[in-house]
Design a protein around this ligand. Structure first.
Ligand code: R5P
Length: 290
């Protein structure tokens, strides 16, 4: 039974202060339930509205990628600098300390290796296991225009249905097959489809005329880093993407294959969260690398 309120202080109802009802900070996310918004607000910084995700899930189809041979040695030290970690459930359970503060974006599709048709993916994680591991989003690859387009769209829409049930955001990842042109027309098609089919946020590649891609996509877009570039070029790509409406990066090789991954992720943070220009961010990289 509740105890009686013996406080001598007068009750204060702040009658002159209307209760505020603010829109959620993230593009296209206002209609979600509390749990979904809370998870998204762990991935995207509510102050900048952006994120620097560290992607190291590459092993799920290509084995021990350069820089990821020993995730315990090379990636663990980077965790404090990342807003979110993107990884597989195997890596999460075997190599990541459960006391880690980062929100987790977990790869939830897979199947074929680099030796086979990559688009032949299936859902590879049960939503119940994602919840058990307290992840903040699940990620699924969708191969628009690929050999298994409908199957991979269906993988995503099934995860979206399950995610809606439990407040779990789905990151739709646009996969680009060798035969498809990486241009704004194709990337707009793919990102818009993923958003319309229910992805809470979308990961794709930066292309010229990217502002058309972000304008036509009603949910946040984060860019993949792609293959390793010289650091200054990678920072320029991040700068251009943010200037053209990206909500952050989900970068892997351009960070963990850098000569100084700690300096590089710090420089990327400067671009994404502090709105630094490329010159300043690159100088930060060089100074920190020393
Ligand atoms: C690749 O399939 C993985 O999903 C990566 O998470 C993604 O490509 C981002 O990594 P990177 O910046 O190395 O392209």
């Amino acid at each position: 039974m509740a105890e009686q309120d013996f406080s001598k202080k007068e009750k204060e109802y702040h009658l002159d202060v209307p209760q505020t009802c603010e829109a959620f900070f993230l593009k296209g996310s206002n209609s979600y339930d509390w749990g979904m918004k809370n998870r998204l607000a762990r991935i995207f910084n509510p102050r900048s509205g952006k994120t620097v995700m560290l992607a190291f899930d590459h092993g799920y189809f290509q084995g021990p990628t350069t820089g990821l041979e020993r995730i315990d040695v090379t990636i663990r030290p980077l965790a404090p600098y990342a807003d979110a970690l993107m990884l597989t459930r195997g890596t999460l359970r075997s190599l990541i300390d459960p006391s880690v503060a980062n929100p987790i974006v977990m790869r939830a599709s897979g199947g074929p290796s680099i030796l086979k048709e990559l688009s032949d993916e299936r859902i590879a994680v049960d939503m119940e296991d994602a919840l058990r591991m307290n992840v903040s989003a699940v990620a699924v690859q969708v191969f628009i225009g690929g050999a298994n387009e409908t199957q991979t769209v269906h993988n995503m829409t099934r995860l979206v249905d399950m995610g809606m049930r439990y407040g779990m955001p789905v990151l739709g990842v646009t996969a680009v097959g060798k035969e498809l042109t990486r241009d704004a027309r194709y990337i707009s098609l793919a990102t818009r489809m993923l958003a319309e089919l229910g992805a809470s946020f979308v990961k794709t590649y930066f292309v010229p005329d990217f502002e058309q891609v972000t304008a036509a996509c009603p949910v946040p877009i984060v860019i993949a880093g792609g293959k390793k570039l010289p650091e200054r070029e990678a920072l320029q790509m991040a700068r251009d993407a943010i200037d053209q409406g990206a909500s952050g990066v989900d970068m892997g090789r351009n960070i963990f294959q850098s000569d100084s991954p700690v300096a590089m992720i710090g420089a990327v943070r400067k671009v994404v969260h502090e709105n630094c220009g490329v010159k300043e961010a690159y100088e930060y990289y060089l100074d920190t690398k020393k």
